[in-house]
Design a protein around this ligand. Structure first.
Ligand code: MEV
Length: 438
């Protein structure tokens, strides 16, 4: 039976690997080989990756691809995407080309405000706390002046601090609810540092406040942390064209396609089971670019799904209208992204992505990411409402099946030729491969 381990993080990488492979694997040598073959031969590069996290054993690869031909606000982009799902980059590229020929994506920044909160308990009335808060409010700004100095030089900083009474939900529970502009950085460290200072200021000022009883002086800080829910850090992406330009194929009628497409979106607006999958398709595009640009995809995911539920029911992020013969498809998404700080100047491939995107500001990156998400959603809905998703999906998945069965280069070519005009299924590919081999 596997033993627990003490001081694991202090072991060397080799010692960690030995402990893991000897304890958990039937064939430790083979397991070790699985890890070491992903080590980078450039020692400095490997060290950089080793030091991103604790207990690094190896690197975990994802394919890094690009989707060219994105026209966003008249500017051409080749968008980097890091993702494992076979059909995503192909779908983004196809949608980019389609919309590039119809005026491209139009994107607008709606707002860029970030949020952070100090959660605390106060043993007194809301009226008394409000009077105290108004009295010391300026102190929150002056006590964080050193922290905010550089951000202010860049045009950002703390926008406002509010006191929020939450005692109707939890006894004695109040918040400092602060808003920030963090310019080109995602801002998590900046916000959290400001919040922790707010907490200290609150505690000490309450303690010294003559108007408070000893109970009231004893403010209890529960936690200080940014919120990944950023409903006021939102970008809109939109595409539109005359309905009769929607179909590229003689077998698909443009008007019928527009109506089916619009109904598919309406279904996602009212049916949560569909909305989750619909939005997952959007996230295929968003996450891939967020990851390739070194941003925090968990924060983005959490924030976007909360935003999709803001009406009280989880719903589609994208919407469609057909008016006066014009088809318009759009979505608003909250995106807290950074193009400076974090991994952006550390990870060589993130640096590559930033240069590929012509060193965008955070606002420009928000627009690129939103366009990639909308493109992905359009591509998925177009397939779903016309050919069905499996045709394109399985074509792209074909290579995975072939690799799983160690197909040779010649076998791969023969299978690809055979399935050019035939629907791909796992079993049909295996049958055909077996026939080739017999
Ligand atoms: C698959 O990764 C994404 C889709 O399911 C999205 C959708 O259904 O809209 C195809």
């Amino acid at each position: 039976m596997t033993q627990n381990v003490k001081g694991f993080s202090k072991l060397s990488k080799e010692e960690k690997i030995n402990w893991i492979t000897n304890n958990y694997f039937i064939n430790p040598l083979e397991a070790k080989e699985s890890l070491t073959k992903y080590w980078n031969s450039d020692e400095n590069l490997q060290k950089l990756h080793d030091e991103f996290i604790e207990n690094t054993l190896t690197n975990f690869y994802l394919p890094y691809g690009v989707a060219p031909n994105f026209i966003i606000n008249g500017k051409s982009y080749t968008i980097p995407m890091a993702i494992e799902e076979s059909s995503v980059v192909a779908a983004a590229s196809k949608a980019a080309k389609f919309w590039g020929e119809r005026g491209g994506f139009k994107t607008t920044i709606i707002n860029t405000e970030k949020i952070g909160q100090v959660h605390f308990l106060f043993n007194g009335t809301a009226e008394k706390l409000t009077a105290f808060f108004n009295h010391i409010k300026e102190k929150f700004f002056s006590d964080t002046a050193e922290i905010t100095k550089n951000m202010q030089k860049r045009g950002g900083g703390i926008l406002d601090i509010e006191l929020r009474d939450k005692t109707h939900e939890i006894a004695n529970y109040f918040q400092l609810h602060a808003t920030f502009n963090t310019k080109d950085s995602m801002g998590a460290n900046f916000i959290n540092t400001c919040l922790e200072q707010f907490a200290k200021t609150l505690e000490s000022q309450a303690n010294d406040f003559d108007g408070f009883s000893s109970e009231e002086k004893n403010v209890q800080i529960i936690m200080s942390i940014l919120s990944n829910y950023v409903p006021n850090c939102v970008v809109r992406a939109e595409v539109s064209c005359p309905v009769d330009r929607l179909s590229e194929s003689a077998s698909i009628d443009s008007v019928e396609f527009a109506q089916k497409f619009a109904t598919a979106v309406k279904i996602a607006e009212i049916e949560p089971y569909r909305a989750v999958t619909h939005n997952k398709g959007i996230m295929n595009g968003i996450d891939a670019v967020v990851l390739a640009t070194g941003n925090d995809f968990r924060a983005v995911e959490a924030g976007i799904h909360a935003y999709a539920s803001k009406s009280g029911q989880y719903a589609s992020l994208s919407h469609v209208k057909i008016e006066n013969g014009i088809f318009t498809f759009w979505m608003d998404v909250p995106l807290a992204l950074g193009t400076v700080g974090g991994l952006t100047s550390l990870h060589p491939l993130v640096k590559f992505s930033m240069e590929l995107l012509q060193k965008p500001s955070a606002e420009e990156l928000m627009q690129i990411v939103a366009a990639a998400g909308l493109a992905q959603n359009f591509a998925a809905l177009r397939s779903l409402t016309t050919t069905g998703i499996q045709q394109g999906h399985m074509k792209m998945h074909l290579m995975n099946i072939l690799n799983q069965h160690q197909a040779t280069k010649e076998e791969k070519q023969k299978v690809l030729d055979y399935f050019k005009d035939t629907t791909v299924s796992h079993s049909l590919v295996i049958d055909y491969l077996e026939k080739l081999r017999s």
